[in-house]
Design a protein around this ligand. Structure first.
Ligand code: TNX
Length: 507
């Protein structure tokens, strides 16, 4: 069965669906055609089938994509924005949704139900009725392209992997001490100098504005919203290396390729720095159709507390003036005067330490919501096991697949329940992660766990969380999913908790 676990999936009576050579994809409703093309392309890639798309009612054995109000689940009388229904029967397959996004997630469920190894004919799928919608509107994956750069083609491959898990936001960590990765026309040295290298002296690189627009459009086609992050005022050595005038002594810092954090800061309050912030935010906002722009704000250990607060309040206002909602790591909650609705991203542990919960609550008080990325569960750069060659271990212990799965967003910050939680995000920092294959291996299968925490229904809150997350059921489904990863050539870590099957699907 499927990951993330659907709200309901009832096996039905009757014969299985058989995908005949004559099968077509029948479309009805606005946006159904685009979803049908993505389904056709997925079946072509997964199964080497090439189905015709027709704008007419389905015949026996067709796959129908129907988008209309009332077509998706609407339990409380209103349509679920991303919900879908999927019926598989001998007569045909039918995906119904109120929106193209809902239908697209229905397609992802169907892809997982189609046998991973499709070379045997006829291709059959057991009859089932699925009724499904997400718990949270925001299910994110963060890719740090600043420490190690990943090309547009590699980022697209990452998007292809996350959508299968119904992850609908891609947070790109575009700037850090080690690299500046987004072209800024008014400050060209940021990429020429600041983008010229990466962690451990790895290849530099950056996205031109055209490449970035193309990435955003590729993501949008797959119902993924890009959230760009310009990390400031700390994590800014690449900018400080690019422009002498951003430094207090007027001397450019050397480029940095190490892994320390907290040593760099913009000169808050300085006129040139303020112009810099306005320019970079304006240009990146103009490239971003999505509503969110992330300002970072983490680990500013070289900025005085008062300067930090004044800086992030002004920067978040600049984001608002450019028509976007600012997102900040939870430290930004030290500021009491952020624009209404500013979103916080919490990255402390599943059990908060020191004042992290208090900072996170500031965003809620200001009318904003929270994205939860607890670092002992959702930081996918943390090692799977002691002694792993790739990954960090600063959280004090490895993050197993179980750790990524057995937690609940509504139980992390006291007093913050689902009404104030926008969603969850798994973060992949890349100080130690050097290739897209390594990215996939760190992310999968743990992203499947975080995606399920974000999509699937809230567990009953009367029981301890360990009692409500069925690890065996989850890992059984992950083993099935892995056959699709094998078939697609997607890398993943064969962690001991999962009853993996033989690797048979590689074509
Ligand atoms: C903390 S948490 C960071 C990153 C590092 C990461 C490594 C946060 C917002 N910042 O700068 O890359 O730990 O795990």
């Amino acid at each position: 069965m499927v990951v993330p676990r659907p709200v309901s999936a009832e096996p039905s009576e009757g014969s299985p669906f058989v995908l005949a050579p004559t099968a077509r994809i029948s479309v009805a409703g606005p946006g159904a055609d685009a979803v049908a093309r993505l389904l056709r392309d997925a079946l072509a890639a997964d199964c080497a089938r090439d189905l015709a798309i027709v704008d007419e009612p389905p015949a026996f054995g067709d796959i129908a994509v129907v988008i209309a109000p009332g077509e998706g689940p609407h339990e409380d009388g209103s349509d679920s924005a991303e919900g879908y229904t999927l019926e598989i029967a001998a007569e045909g397959v039918r995906i119904g949704a109120a929106t193209p996004a809902g239908a697209f997630w229905g397609v992802q469920t169907l892809r997982q139900l189609v046998p991973a190894v499709c070379d045997g004919d006829p291709l059959t799928i057991e009859p089932v009725r699925v009724h499904d919608h997400p718990r949270y509107a925001y299910r994110g994956a963060m890719l740090d392209v600043a420490r190690h750069f990943f090309t547009p083609a590699e980022v697209k491959r990452f998007i292809d992997a996350i959508v299968l898990l119904k992850v609908n936001h891609l947070h790109l960590h575009l700037t850090d001490d080690q690299g500046w990765r987004i072209q800024i026309e008014s400050w060209p040295e940021l990429t020429r100098v600041g983008g010229s290298t990466g962690s451990d002296g790895s290849r530099g690189g950056f996205y031109t504005q055209d490449e970035f627009r193309d990435l955003v459009a590729y993501a949008a086609e797959q119902h993924v919203t890009v959230v760009p992050e310009l990390d400031m005022p700390g994590h800014t050595n690449a900018a400080l290396a690019s422009y002498p005038e951003l430094n207090p002594d007027g001397v450019a810092r050397p480029l940095y390729t190490g892994s320390a954090v907290g040593f760099s800061t913009l000169q808050t309050g300085d006129a040139v720095t303020r112009r810099f912030v306005r320019d970079v935010v304006r240009e990146v906002a103009a490239l971003t159709p999505g509503p969110l722009l992330h300002l970072g704000g983490d680990e500013c250990l070289s900025t005085s507390p008062a300067d930090f607060v004044a800086f992030v309040e002004e920067a978040a206002r600049v984001v608002a003036e450019n028509g976007k909602t600012a997102v900040g790591w939870h430290e930004m909650g030290k500021a009491g005067d952020l624009p209404a609705g500013t979103v916080g991203q919490y990255w402390d542990f599943t059990t908060p330490r020191e004042r992290s919960a208090e900072y996170a609550v500031t965003f809620v008080r200001g009318g904003g919501s929270l994205i939860l990325s607890p670092s002992d569960a959702a930081y996918l750069d943390i090692v799977y096991a002691e002694g792993d060659p790739i990954g960090q271990d600063w959280t004090g212990k490895p993050t197993t697949l179980r750790d990524a799965f057995v937690w609940d967003p509504a139980r992390v910050i006291p007093g913050v329940g689902d009404a104030h939680i926008l969603g969850v995000e798994a973060a992949l920092w890349t100080e130690t992660v050097t290739s897209i294959e390594e990215v996939e291996e760190m992310v999968l299968p743990r992203l499947a766990a975080v995606a399920e925490v974000g999509w699937s229904r809230a567990p009953a809150d009367t029981e301890p969380i360990e009692a409500t997350r069925d690890l065996d059921d989850f890992t059984g489904r992950v083993a099935e999913l892995a056959e699709h990863w094998d078939a697609a050539g997607t890398r993943y870590r064969r962690v001991p908790e999962v009853p993996w099957r033989e690797v048979t699907g590689i074509r």
